[in-house]
Ligand binder design. Structure first.
Ligand code: CP3
Length: 342
């Protein structure tokens, strides 16, 4: 198999890890900004298959990454369930909020999400035709907890306070919301796989704010359910799970969820992850995205240190979170060169 990413996901230890980058299609690239301008706004770009496929391909052409990630957003699922969604320039996403039962009751049924999400499956099928032979396509969705934090608060929050408050006040309603998102996510990812995604990633960006039993119930539980159902429907489909800032809960995360690969944020060291997480399977990560802004020898040293620390087992090189708009594209090329020559 020539696809390095698929080999690492299957548990193979490789001399050079496959490389891709969270938010690799994004505002740090002039060609992305030009296509986005043409689309009008971010959501139009997501829902125009030819343009979404184009921005997915741009970083592959420019840098020769070993994987492409579908251009879309985790907040399209709430929108497909009937939430209002819009983006405020320079601030981020806004959604209608969920304060109680009445708001929950306004959400639509899971089997109607495809009416909204159809263009996303079309993007996937364009990409599965147009990507180079050796570059697999990663589909994705948000994990139910992270998606719920945006649906409840109606925006990103520093501490996910509104979601924690609803969980404390009405655990039954909160659990029903998590279930609805879980079921929608299974259908959404399953369609992405049917359309040609060769791997999927589940982003639990706010996993680190769940503790103890809540982490088991609302991070591990829904992710394990999504993975089990996907693997039942699409035997062998590899899954990457990203419980960002999970800390010591990264330990055992492969086994607890059935994920083939666990993505690491940059708050844990690669040496620690080699010892406690990579023993259970493939890991992905985990360079601090700030190096893509600051560059220099520190970038080269850090990229090589991570590559070497995780060389004893299956590893996919990535950042610990998304590349930021102020990053320098030359630093991306420098990172790839550093990893491949480590
Ligand atoms: O990684 C990729 O290149 C694929 C596309 C992708 C986007 N968002 C495009 C995007 C992926 C995988 C995501 C995931 C996503 N979206 C997450 C999970 C990962 C993470 O970053 O923690 C979350 C929490 C979101 C929700 C979201 N979308 C926020 C909070 C924002 C605003 C913040 C920001 O960076 O602007 C977005 C907007 C967004 N999603 C952009 C892109 C390229 C920027 C939009 C623009 O062009 O203005």
């Amino acid at each position: 198999m020539t696809k390095l990413l698929m080999r690492a996901l299957a548990g193979e230890t490789l001399p050079t890890p496959p490389i891709w980058m969270m938010r690799q299609a994004g505002r740090y690239l002039p060609e992305y900004r030009a296509t986005r301008e043409k689309a009008g706004d971010f959501l139009s770009l997501c829902y125009t298959p030819e343009l979404a496929a184009e921005v997915t391909l741009q970083p592959i052409r420019r840098f020769g990454f070993d994987a492409a990630i579908l251009f879309a957003d985790i907040l399209l699922v709430p929108q497909a369930l009937g939430a209002d969604l819009w983006f405020v320039k320079g601030e981020g996403p806004r959604l209608s909020t969920i304060d109680g039962q009445a708001d929950f009751d306004k959400l639509g049924p899971v089997d109607e999400i495809h009416e909204t999400l159809g263009p996303i499956y079309e993007t996937v099928s364009i990409l599965s035709r147009e990507l180079p032979e050796d570059v697999p396509l990663i589909g994705f969705a948000g994990a139910p907890w992270t998606v719920a934090t945006y649906m409840i608060a109606g925006r990103g929050t520093p501490d996910q306070g509104p979601a924690h408050a609803l969980k404390a006040e009405n655990r039954e309603l909160f659990a029903a919301l998590i279930d609805r998102i879980t079921e929608a996510t299974i259908e959404y990812l399953s369609r992405q796989v049917a359309a040609g995604a060769e791997c999927v990633k589940i982003f639990d960006s706010w996993a680190g704010s769940l503790q103890g039993h809540d982490f088991d119930e609302f991070c591990i539980g829904p992710i394990a359910r999504i993975i089990a159902e996907l693997k039942e429907r699409h035997p062998g489909i590899p899954v990457i799970a990203f419980p960002r800032e999970a800390g010591d809960r990264y330990i055992g995360f492969h086994k607890a969820t059935g994920a083939d690969c666990v993505a690491l944020d940059n708050s844990v060291s690669a040496e620690w992850a080699a010892k406690y997480v990579q023993v259970d399977g493939c890991v992905q990560g985990n360079m601090d995205p700030r190096h893509m802004v600051t560059g220099g020898q520190a970038l080269v040293d850090e990229a090589q240190a991570i590559t070497r620390a995780l060389r004893g087992g299956p590893h996919i090189f990535n950042l610990g979170h998304g590349i930021t708009p102020d990053a320098d594209p030359d630093n991306v090329a420098k990172m790839i060169e550093a990893v491949r020559s480590a």
